[in-house]
Write a protein that binds this ligand. Structure first.
Ligand code: LLP
Length: 434
């Protein structure tokens, strides 16, 4: 799962005592474990080794360039959805031929930037977008590769409505019928070579089955397209593998691979390239958010634990009703958690809402949550916060964003400094007539 564990009632990130770290860095803070990040990447690479995929780490899940660099150094490509993410991929030193660029609204400037960078593939979301990228490539006298994003019309019933993408009624991709016409129409363009299929069915997906259904449909389509003379050289199966928000909730990489690899094998053997776009499964368990208890307050019969972090630093609980295990960083022996779960059964736990300082009733990290007794000044750890945590944070209520710290064994490095008030107003300091 990860390298955030208790030793004698004290939480450690690898070999770093979290309370000592908070003393030095302050709170709130995001803390990442190198061992966990690389371990998840390596397990995925190993699990799929038989089909030797390009693993394009999904930068949107956690984009700190130092973390991206660790993955790029291990051979990861990057999945980007904006010019800014492409910039991050470049700074991280990722190989541009291993970059895929998805997203329904790529601008002309972003398209030019990606063509200049010579990225691997544009994931194509619509006819209008294809025409635009092809026209820009032609103007630039360049050649680019396109992977048509096909919407296979499958979904995992456990995926939250806001993060399901594989059904017909989403803004992403085109359905299979339209994909056939797409290739008929655009499949022979000289500047944007449509030579791959892209899938992404949602996130998180808690079993291999939806992938099996989607890939089966994609392979049938590829067969048909090949018969019509189209050259399909790559199949990108997207991201979405789950993470352990609760202990052992997510299937192992090998469990997904066991069912998926046999399907991909013939395509690979015939010279095809397989692409994966994992984000959460690599990043989520690699990071935690640490906050300090400010006040305890009763409201009717409810107890509120008010911390110095909240929806502005981790929006997932309020946006998706997402569960993050939260526990004090220092506990009595009887309260050392034996696992992370929604229902903790140790004696002496108290039920509280864990809330932040933001002026919205939606500003909570957990509701009706069993917790060991906590007091003002204690630290709480929000686990599995590495993916879609810091990247979705904001300055709402003019609160500076937290720093990010990378732990490697007993070493801790500040990889993003804490914002200060001046950062909040820096872009407003000069005004310009326009
Ligand atoms: N590829 C594409 C085209 C995607 O849209 C996504 C995620 C991924 C790959 C990576 O998915 P992952 O492996 O991380 O599940 N903010 C939400 C998740 C949004 C996912 C958006 N797309 C959350 O916090 O749950």
């Amino acid at each position: 799962m990860d390298a955030f564990n208790y030793r004698n009632g004290q939480l450690f990130a690898e070999d770093v005592n979290i309370d000592d770290l908070a003393q030095r860095v302050g709170t709130p803070m995001y803390v990442y474990s190198r061992k966990t990040l690389e371990g998840h990447y390596d397990r995925l690479a190993q699990a799929f080794a038989e089909v030797d995929p390009i693993i394009c780490y999904s930068i949107k899940s956690c984009g700190n360039i130092h973390l991206c660099k660790l993955l790029a150094d291990r051979g990861a490509g990057m999945d980007v959805v904006s010019g800014g993410e492409l910039y991050r991929a470049q700074l991280a030193g990722a190989s541009m031929s291993k970059v895929v660029y998805a997203g329904v609204g790529k601008t002309d400037a972003e398209i030019r930037q990606a063509i200049e960078a010579k990225i691997g593939w544009f994931n194509i979301e619509s006819e209008a977008e294809f025409e635009n990228i092809a026209a820009i490539a032609k103007q630039m006298g360049a050649k680019a590769n396109g992977a048509l994003r096909v919407n296979p019309d499958v979904a995992d019933p456990k995926t939250h409505a806001k993060t399901a993408t594989g059904k017909k009624e989403t803004k992403f991709g085109v359905d299979i019928e339209r994909a056939r016409r797409f290739f008929e129409h655009y499949g022979r363009d000289k500047h944007l070579r449509l030579n791959a299929i892209h899938l992404h069915i949602g996130s998180p997906i808690y079993s291999a089955e939806p992938y099996v259904l989607a890939i089966t449909k994609a392979l049938e389509l590829i067969d048909e397209l090949r018969k019509q003379g189209h050259e399909i050289t790559a199949l990108d199966i997207g991201g979405g593998f789950a993470a352990d928000y609760e202990s052992s909730a997510a299937p192992e990489a090998a469990t997904y691979a066991k069912d998926i690899i046999p399907l991909l094998h013939p395509f690979k053997k015939a010279g095809g390239t397989i692409i994966l776009e994992p984000g959460r499964t690599i990043a989520a368990n690699s990071g935690v958010l640490i906050g300090r208890v400010q006040y305890i307050k009763m409201g009717g019969s409810k107890k509120f634990v008010i911390v110095d972090t909240g929806m502005h630093h981790l929006i997932r609980p309020t946006l998706y009703d997402a569960f993050h295990f939260i526990w004090p960083t220092k506990v009595a022996p009887m309260h050392v958690p034996t696992g992370r779960s929604k229902t903790m059964t140790q004696q002496g736990l108290e039920t509280s809402d864990i809330v932040g300082p933001i002026c919205e009733s939606g500003d909570f990290l957990a509701k009706d949550r069993p917790l060991p007794p906590v007091a003002r000044g204690d630290l709480l750890c929000v686990f599995t916060a590495g993916a879609y945590g810091m990247v979705m944070s904001s300055n709402y209520n003019a609160v500076p964003r937290p720093p990010e710290v990378l732990v490697d064994g007993s070493k801790a490095t500040l990889i993003r400094k804490r914002e200060v008030y001046e950062d909040l107003v820096a872009a407003e300091r000069t005004t310009t007539a326009v």
